[in-house]
Design a protein. Structure first.
Length: 1196
């Protein structure tokens, strides 16, 4: 059964593809086949309600709807219904009544509006009646209304509108018919020919005009020129002329109305403020002049509110009045066109239904697979059920919406010819009719043929601009594969369909020609054709989708593809998109039981570095730019992950095209864009979509990539999708690259590091954690090959450096925690500046990570039982037999060290007392030796306690002996003896017996070994003996001095002068002797006592003798002054008598005989001869006499 056999009406019958408002040739068939859809039914009801309501102030209707929705057809049908024009021998309403006989309200409303209200309809296309040259002023719209009114009234209706005004004036005077007859008589041509040639006939017409109007001939020189100059119509004039016509017709037909039906009004007004203003003025004046007797019904693609809303923003709301005039708002929805197509074209014969039902039953389970768009397209319906299949076949439901979107898109991009021709002319009805007519003898129902969407192009070819589909024309002549032409047609139709992705899978649905066709083969064929079309620049590729290109778009596309670009730049851009848009990070989190850490990695694409390279972990993504990437990925080195993206994908070409487009469009738009500005803007928008698709493609390609690391294929071990899959592969690389990482199973942080170094002791029998054992092994290895092993830093002898790379990859916290645990359990020692670092100090340093390059790590040597016993023996020896509180080698060594530190401190306390003793230097030397021993590290004591302890013990004993001597009674004796020697030095030298003892005592006090022998008793004994000898000497000297003093006193007092002296003088002399006696009594110095009396005589004898020496008599005074008076000058004033001069106290000088016993005049050195005796005595006599003669007393 062919297509032509299944339709109720002959599919080949005449049907205008374009509903022309002014074309009545097929009006009868249009009325017969007009489909009253639910929305049309509601629209007619709304119109009639206002039209029939005498209280309504409305005089307009606004019909809006999408392209091809049937709004122009409704306008045409409505205009004939309201007038109830006779068509095909019966009123127009009679064609509609059967379609609405079930709706009594609508039927009654239409009968009242159409049959009971006389009217005439003026139906016109505003674009066809207007003057485009005056469109901007609004006058063209007024001229169009005036033109159709003139035409309806029988007046001249061409460009010379002033001629119609001439006719109107003559008609109003009842002179028009006579005027036309006389003009024809005068000119011998009909009036219609005359007005077309005004320059030729103006004189004769003017003569006739004067005759007819009763004016003298020659009054009017040129009637045409007169009316032309004075023709300035206004909306008010138009409304007045309408009223005149209505009033005239109302005489014969009371209640008469004149209705204007204007098609394409919305498209004509567009965004013109003057035109909308003029439409408002016309409607307002009609309402003012004619009331409800003159209606205007217009058609627009946009609703009135949308148009006025846009223009109100520019005119401060001046279009509020038009809304009061056009209160009937009718909107035709999209599904109305679908309903019309189904009822007018696709209605099936009853005998065709069994074949359709059989076809439905056979393929209904495949509809979703075969007829739904799989690749990101917006949702389109397939056949809902069997009834929908019968009503729609051989079309597919999606084609209605898809074709409407195509019309809208193509029209918005000015793809159609004609400035004001509605795109509704390219409607679904006409296009479907053409297609079905072309397939009526080809389409086979039993075979399951369908109408492919690309066939719809032929229904639009004649209305499209040739440059729009020039690529199709070229392909029809030169492209070898006919499917390529079909693909181009489909791509053109969906070029501007927003949300539709023209991928091979979606194009397969568009080009699917029937259920008997192999969909998979068709898709493969389409894919091959698309590649070839893209290569020949018929189309362009946007990700997985393709796009038809116009001529200008082709030029732009070719210029874009000539933009210079290197492969390295493409790889770098792919990497940038991968890092910033797909991954959003270049690190992963590794988790192993309780342990977790993050690993950063460097990214490269085809060997090109993406960003700064800092990590030893590398991820190299390989695209088609890397030769044989699908083989090379298996040979990735350790710590490298190779990612081979699927081969022969579009990722490279799409990225290159995106970069080229970005560069080209940015440069061209900055320069202004010129006539290509729209294309460039679309390119920019499409390029953004391409970028999003590249990002999505990168993510999806990770799912199908091949993965390699450590010279092995790890693809089977990788899990997840997109970026998660990459994370999984990186984690696998980490596991392969860092085999020792598995040792870490617990969390590490600063707190745990601190705790490990402070008190993380292993329980008895508890084994060392595996990771700690590995750190201990590394410490031994580094120590064996380097001078020292340190915790931190960047050198190769740093534990953190070694264990963070290589086969480890450990975080520094794990290394530090291991060091802390090993140190707290005596497996290692940590030192800073060769000083042990332990406990809280070590915990602080490790947890804060401060200057870890300065912390040296050494393996703690194991102690043998003998060494442990040696430490125990040493401790006992050093402490005087005390048992050590700890039993392990480290503890014992620490106890020994603490013991020695205390010994040194105790020894320092005796420094002050030792410093005065003869062994002071030796004492300091011994303390220094002990301090040196105490300063050794713990391991030294472990290894050397046995041999070194006796020497240290001897030092301790020696120090103890010296300290005991210095702080005990011996020290006190030595201090007393030293003080005694210093205090009695003069006496000791004066007493020979003491001097001999002093020599012995000095030897004892200066002997460094004094503390080793009984020196203190000896010194004490000698000191007593010396004190006794000195005391005896003092007593003897004191007795002798007192005796000598007494003798001298007796001799002095025996002298006459003393006896003659006054008692007072005697008392003074006695006091001097008493003072000397008291001094002798108090003195404890032998030499002082021995010299006491001689010294008294030397120092006090003169005073004694002076006291008792007789006082001389007073000197008599002189009564005259020797001077000038004595020389004979007259004495004018007598001197008063002078007082006697008191005698001076006698001054007696004494000299010691001892000082005179060797006279200076004796020249010999000795007395050896009698002569010498005589000479000495003679010299002595002379010396004695000299002093006596000088009144000096010689004290013997």
């Amino acid at each position: 059964m062919l297509y032509k056999d299944i339709f109720r009406l002959d599919i080949a019958r005449h049907m205008d593809p374009v509903i022309k408002s002014m074309d009545d040739e097929h009006l009868q068939s249009e009325l017969e086949e007009y489909v009253i859809t639910p929305e049309v039914r509601r629209s007619l009801q709304r119109f009639c309600d206002e039209y029939n309501d005498p209280a309504s102030s409305c005089n307009g209707a606004w019909i809006s709807g999408f392209y091809g929705s049937g709004k122009s057809h409704l306008l045409k049908i409505l205009s004939h219904l309201i007038e109830n024009r006779v068509v095909g021998g019966k009123p127009a309403l009679d064609y509609i009544k059967p379609k609405i006989e079930d709706d009594k309200f609508l039927l009654g409303a239409l009968e009242k509006a159409c049959e009971q209200t006389p009217s005439e309809s003026i139906l016109f296309n505003v674009g066809g009646k207007s003057d485009a040259q005056r469109r901007d002023t609004g006058e063209s719209l007024l001229a169009a209304f005036i033109k159709v009114l003139n035409e309806h009234c029988g007046y001249y209706a061409k460009e010379q509108a002033h001629v119609a005004l001439l006719e109107r004036d003559l008609d109003c005077s009842g002179l028009l018919d006579d005027f036309k007859v006389k003009v024809q008589e005068e000119t011998h041509v009909p009036w219609e020919t005359v007005v077309s040639n005004p320059l030729i006939f103006s004189h004769k017409v003017s003569v006739v005009y004067d005759r007819v109007t009763g004016q003298p001939e020659g009054t009017t020189t040129n009637v045409f020129e007169y009316y032309q100059k004075n023709y300035h119509p206004t909306p008010e004039d138009f409304a007045t002329w309408c009223k005149e016509y209505i009033d005239k017709r109302s005489v014969e037909q009371p209640g008469f109305r004149l209705n204007f039906f204007a098609d394409e009004m919305g498209q004509y007004i567009a965004d013109s403020v003057p035109l909308l203003q003029m439409l408002q003025d016309i409607a307002e004046n009609l309402n003012t002049k004619c009331g409800r007797r003159a209606w205007i019904t217009v058609v627009s693609q946009e609703e009135m509110a949308a148009i006025t809303g846009k223009l109100d923003e520019r005119t401060s709301g001046q279009f509020s009045k038009i809304q009061a005039r056009f209160q009937v708002l009718i909107k035709i929805p999209a599904n109305d066109a679908n309903t019309v197509v189904k009822e007018r074209l696709l209605d099936k014969k009853p005998d065709a239904l069994p074949a359709l039902d059989k076809l439905y039953d056979k393929y209904k389970g495949d509809f979703k697979v075969l007829l739904d768009f799989p690749d990101g397209a917006k949702h389109y319906n397939v056949y809902a059920d069997e009834e929908d299949f019968e009503a729609t076949y051989p079309l597919v439901p999606y084609q209605f919406t898809m074709f409407h979107d195509a019309l809208v898109g193509l029209s918005n991009h000015e793809a159609f010819t004609g400035e004001y021709v509605s795109t509704g002319a390219r409607n679904m009805l006409g296009t479907t009719h053409r297609v079905l007519v072309s397939l009526k003898d080809k389409g086979d129902v039993e075979r399951g043929d369908l109408v492919p969407f690309d066939d719809m192009f032929e229904g639009l070819r004649d209305e499209l601009k040739s440059e729009v589909f020039s690529a199709i024309t070229t392909a029809e002549e030169h492209f070898p594969d006919p499917l390529g032409v079909r693909v181009l047609k489909a791509l053109l139709l969906v070029k501007y369909n927003e949300g539709f992705q023209a991928t091979p899978k979606n194009l397969r649905v568009l080009l699917y020609g029937g259920f008997s066709q192999n969909a998979a083969e068709l898709e493969e064929h389409i894919t091959r054709v698309l590649r070839e079309l893209d290569a020949q620049t018929y189309i362009r590729r946007n990700g997985d989708a393709y796009e038809y290109m116009t001529d200008d778009e082709k030029d732009v596309e070719e210029e874009i593809k000539r933009e210079p670009l290197t492969e390295g730049q493409v790889s770098r851009q792919i990497g940038k998109l991968l890092r910033e848009e797909v991954l959003d990070r270049t690190k992963v989190k590794y988790v192993n039981q309780g342990f977790s850490t993050s690993f950063a990695y460097d990214l490269t694409v085809d060997g090109v570095a993406i960003g700064q390279q800092r990590s030893e972990l590398k991820v190299d993504v390989m695209t088609d730019l890397t030769p044989e990437a699908d083989k090379q990925y298996k040979y990735a080195a350790p710590k490298h992950l190779s990612v081979a993206l699927p081969r022969e994908t579009s990722i490279v070409t799409e990225t290159r095209l995106w970069m080229q487009t970005n560069a080209y469009v940015g440069r061209e738009l900055e320069a202004g864009g010129g006539r290509r500005a729209t294309i460039l803007a679309e390119k920019k928008a499409a390029n953004e979509q391409r970028r999003r698709e590249i990002i999505a493609s990168l993510s999806s390609q990770l799912n199908d990539a091949l993965w390699g690391s450590n010279l092995s294929d790890i693809t089977d071990k990788v899990t997840g999708q997109g970026s998660d899959r990459l994370d999984s592969a990186v984690l696998e690389m980490i596991s392969l690259s860092y085999p020792y990482l598995r040792m870490l199973t617990i969390p590490f942080d600063n707190k745990s590091v601190y705790k490990s170094a402070l008190d993380d002791k292993l329980m008895p029998g508890e084994s060392l954690p595996e990771y700690c054992g590995e750190v201990l092994r590394q410490i031994k290895c580094i120590s064996a090959s380097a001078a020292r092993c340190v915790v931190g830093g960047t050198s190769q002898n740093s534990l953190e450096t070694v264990l963070s790379v290589g086969q480890y990859g450990w975080p520094v916290e794990a290394v530090r925690q291991a060091v802390g645990l090993l140190a707290s359990n005596d497996f290692i020692e940590c030192l800073r500046d060769d000083e042990p670092l332990e406990g809280a100090n070590l915990a602080n340093v490790l947890s804060t990570g401060t200057h870890l390059e300065e912390i040296e790590v050494r393996v703690a040597a194991g102690a043998s039982p003998e060494q442990v016993e040696a430490l125990r023996v040493a401790y006992r020896a050093f402490t005087g037999g005390m048992e050590p509180p700890r039993s392990d080698a480290k503890g014992l060594a620490e106890e020994v060290m603490q013991c020695l530190d205390k010994k040194v401190a105790d020894a320092r306390e005796a420094d002050a007392k030792v410093s005065a003793l003869p062994f002071a230097q030796h004492y300091q030397e011994q303390v220094a030796e002990l301090n040196k021993a105490a300063s050794h590290r713990r391991d030294w004591f472990v290894n050397n306690a046995g041999p070194e302890a006796p020497g240290i013990k001897a030092i301790i004993d020696d120090i103890n002996a010296m300290s005991a001597f210095a702080t005990g009674r011996p020290g006190e004796i030595f201090a007393e003896a030293k003080s005694f020697r210093m205090g009695q030095a003069a006496n000791i030298s004066a007493v020979p017996e003491a001097s001999e003892k002093d020599r012995q005592l000095a030897e004892i006090l200066s002997n460094p070994d004094c503390y080793k022998m009984s020196s203190a008793p000896q010194a004490n004994r000698l000191m007593k003996q010396m004190r006794e000898a000195i005391n005896n000497a003092i007593d003897v000297a004191k007795t002798s001095a007192l005796k000598s003093l007494d003798e001298f006193a007796a001799q002095f007092k025996a002298e006459q002068n003393y006896n003659d002296a006054s008692e007072q003088t005697k008392a003074e002399c006695d006091q001097l002797f008493d003072d000397c006696r008291n001094s002798i009594e108090r003195s404890s110095q032998v030499l002082t006592l021995r010299d006491a009396v001689p010294a008294f005589k030397r120092e006090r004898s003169s005073r004694l003798y002076s006291l008792v020496e007789p006082v001389p008599k007073p000197v008599p005074p002189q009564n005259q002054t020797e001077g000038p008076a004595a020389a004979g000058l007259t004495q004018t004033v007598e001197n008063p008598p002078a007082s006697p001069v008191p005698p001076k106290e006698p001054q007696v000088k004494t000299v010691q005989y001892a000082d005179l016993s060797r006279p200076a005049s004796y020249g010999g050195a000795a007395i050896s001869t009698p002569e010498d005796v005589e000479e000495f005595i003679s010299s002595l006599r002379r010396e004695l006499l000299r002093h006596v003669q000088a009144n000096e007393r010689i004290i013997l």
